[in-house]
Design a protein around this ligand. Structure first.
Ligand SMILES: [Zn+2]
Length: 99
């Protein structure tokens, strides 16, 4: 299970089942059990940025895109740093160092 934190939500991705769901940030992780899981067909990350996206259809014509929240985050400031539950992924750390 992969967990990705954005500025206002947490994405859970299950690569085995190819399903994902989004939880409001700060929600009880138990919420994921009852959350609406959606199938996805591909997961991509943009190298050197915090942008990631999932394909919503097999033909990969519809994508849902978002950005990882990093610490410190230029977009939501210090407000969110208290809620960070995962260390930044390696690619986000690299992105930070380049800025
Ligand atoms: Zn943020």
């Amino acid at each position: 299970m992969e967990q990705i934190e954005t500025c206002n939500s947490i994405w859970l991705l299950d690569p085995a089942l190819m399903q994902f769901c989004r939880m409001p940030k700060g929600a009880d992780p138990a919420y994921a059990v009852s959350a609406r899981w959606q199938p996805y067909f591909r997961f991509e990350e943009e190298t050197g940025t915090e942008v990631f996206r999932v394909a919503l259809d097999e033909a990969r014509t519809r994508w849902l895109s978002s950005r990882r929240h990093v610490d410190p985050c230029a977009r939501c400031g210090e407000e969110c740093t208290r809620q960070v539950v995962m260390p930044p992924p390696p690619c986000a750390v690299v992105g930070d160092l380049l800025q």
